[in-house]
Design a binder for this molecule. Sequence first.
Ligand code: URP
Ligand code: ZN
Ligand code: ZN
Ligand code: ZN
Length: 468
Amino acid sequence: MSLLIQNGTIITPDQRFVADILVTGETIDRIAPRIDPAEAGDVELIDANGKYVFPGFIDPHVHIYLPFMGTYAKDTYDSGSRAALVGGTTTLIEMCCPAREDDPWEAYQLWKSKAEGISACDYSFHMGVTRFDESTAPLLRRIVDDGITSFKVFLAYKGAFGVNDEELYQTCRLARELGVVVTAHCENADLVAQLQSALVAAGKVGPEFHEPSRPVSVEAEGVHHFCTFLKMTGASGYIVHTSCRDAVEAALKFQTQGVDVAIETVIPYLVLDKTYAERPDFEGAKYVMSPPIRDRDHQAYLWNALRAGLISTVATDHAPFDFAGQKEMGKPPESDFTKIPNGIPSVEHRPTLLYTHGVASGRIDLHRFVELLSTAAAKQFGMFPRKGSIQPGCDADLVIWDPEYRGTISAATHTMDTDYDGFEGFEIVGRPEVVTCRGQVSVREGRFVGTLGHGRQVTRHLRSQTQP
Ligand code: URP
Ligand code: ZN
Ligand code: ZN
Ligand code: ZN
């Protein structure tokens, strides 16, 4: 059956117009001021009058399967992809994060197996490079041939995912040769280790000491470090989860020197500040992520940088851990903040929070909203124009957005699999009413109605390649 979406206000980064959209099978067939249902044949009509129609959102930084800090992230592709779709995210890019000793190809197969036949939304992976030796390059080439056109390196997490400088150099060199983007978590791992030890030795063990153990200078140094490697190798880079002015400015300096490096921030940094991690009775642990949530001044800077076009994407860094039993692994007096699994669940809430605190608050307009949530990531990661746009021939990934909706976020009603919600009690303006993923209606009236297993791995092209 086809879909005829009638009278919606279509929003893309550079257009706004009212039209009907005919979806046939998995793709957009036609867009016109009015399409007669009679010519469309066997068709489901969807009334989008008074609603916005956005291209399906893309979350370029998600963790679903994640063995990390002595535990596993809580969501599976069942809960994670349903949560993504409820929020309007039709494609996610997950970080494939092998342990240092793992074989990259086997790790990639393992991560794929967690999604295949289960995910309700489309997906791809950034391939984590957590070791680089003589066996690595051929395996990475094979993974790139499978449509994975970005690597991920961690300058943080010493002794776990972190790479040394020689490995970073080799990864960037290979990326440059293949035309692959290197995405990077930028924090100086040695500084973090030293600061953590000093704080714990001084009895500063609560979650409120997580931020002082990874101050903005540590992040800015990581950015400078990574960008120096990009400059030396000519590779293209993408800095994930940038939390503060110092880190953004460090990257901008390299951009003006001709280094191709894009900047991502994530939704927690835009709506939370470090006082959340200072909440009493260990509640602050819910807000421990790395880099940490910063002082409010940085939040204002990030919003300005989004509006000014300095930051290209807003992702989530969805990294879900329960409060009970998981975040509690770092609870004093038996333990300390360095043992709290890092991460905040958010794959469901990025669009509604960015709309509420960005569009409805007048900080960004609708066009920037759709660029930050969809189009920029599609371009950056080799999916445009199949994803991230509304045109005939594109995948029918569409979000029909009700700007009149009002609601409140709560763990009692969210789809994610965690026992808490970091945005509990946040009022939201607007939400996806209907979401389609390659032509399948996956959300109606804000509820998941799709099919597990409908999602497919997106074969991404290299940015240098001619687009299909
Ligand atoms: O705190 C975070 N960000 N957890 C997930 C792992 C990572 O660094 O992206
Ligand atoms: Zn990270
Ligand atoms: Zn350095
Ligand atoms: Zn992450």
